[in-house]
Design a protein. Structure first.
Length: 317
């Protein structure tokens, strides 16, 4: 099993980082910690990571502009080969540029039941509001603070006489249980057939008058139950791969694509002689811009002229 490489960003003790690190030691865990980085060279979590043989990087953010510091961190993440980023008590607001670079690949743990109590002092705010439960959330990081899609949560009961500290201590146990599990699911979702099909479906059905059906045992996409422009194949004919099949303009384009990247493209059985190309979706880190482009090109080969004209006009805006 090829494990996904995860970089963890911390600012202090790194207890959630430790939970991720020790979970990664399980041979069945689908991720490994490639780097632990911090904006605080004195962060205790760095020593723990180093003792466990995990590469570390630390640099103070003081005296640096936010985007400049984030560029430095980003460089270290890429040097480490990180594919995903996990924020674990990283007490820095991220620049829009950094968030954009890691869009859809960065998670955060937050000590509240989002969307309640974004920001700081979450436990005291829950107690003051008279809530029966606090809790924690794992969410995808977006440009807005604590505002990305929530992937999972655990409720933690607020007991009579609880203080912010006592509630925080119990919530931390919940965070340590939740984060490794959610991260493991997150890094493997791009190899999940259901998730991949849903991504293809969203893009294919966004094209004018397209619809979805079943053809030759595969999910297929066409125009008003007419000609097909795409198929989603999962281990079809027992070849053991997940792929998108789309039309090319000519056999010459098909051959050119395969020559350019034979690991990504292939000539599918039955449809290959008609100029269709297979694009593998099970290699990890799918280039969804490329998929969207190939879907649109394929759609154009079967769409009536009036529809392509409408799309051309829309593209101008």
């Amino acid at each position: 099993m090829t494990k996904a490489k995860v970089a963890v960003l911390i600012s202090g003790r790194g207890s959630n980082m430790a939970a991720l690190l020790y979970a990664a030691k399980n041979p069945t865990c689908p991720y490994e910690i490639a780097l632990v980085a911090s904006n605080n060279p004195d962060a205790p979590g760095l020593a723990l990571a180093a003792a466990e043989g995990v590469p570390t990087f630390a640099h103070s953010h003081k005296g640096m502009k936010r985007a400049e510091f984030d560029s430095l961190i980003d460089l270290e993440l890429r040097k480490a080969g990180a594919e995903y980023v996990a924020l674990a008590g990283y007490m820095r607001l991220l620049s829009p540029e950094f968030v954009a670079r890691w869009e859809g690949r960065m998670l955060n743990v937050h000590p509240s039941l989002l969307p309640r109590y974004k920001g700081l002092d979450t436990h005291q705010r829950a107690i003051d509001a008279g809530d029966s439960h606090g809790g924690c959330s794992i969410h995808i990081v977006t440009a807005d603070l604590d505002d990305g899609p929530v992937l999972a949560q655990i409720e933690v009961a607020i007991l009579s006489g609880d203080t912010a500290d006592s509630l925080a201590a119990r919530t931390l146990f919940a965070e340590h249980q939740l984060y490794p599990h959610v991260l493991a699911e997150f890094v493997t979702r791009e190899r999940s057939p259901d998730w991949l099909l849903d991504q293809v479906r969203q893009r294919a059905l966004a094209l004018p008058q397209s619809d979805e059906g079943l053809s030759h045992g595969m999910s297929s996409f066409g125009i008003e139950k007419g000609k097909k422009f795409a198929y989603f194949t999962q281990d079809h004919h027992g070849i053991g791969i997940i792929a998108l099949l789309v039309k090319t303009s000519a056999p010459e384009e098909q051959a050119m694509l395969i020559d350019s990247d034979p690991d990504l493209y292939y000539r599918p059985a039955y449809l290959g002689p008609a100029g269709w190309i297979g694009i593998r979706l099970d290699l990890g880190q799918v280039d969804w811009d490329l998929v969207e482009d190939r879907l649109q090109r394929s759609w154009r080969t079967v769409a009536p002229r009036k529809l392509t004209a409408l799309l051309d006009v829309a593209d101008q805006f």
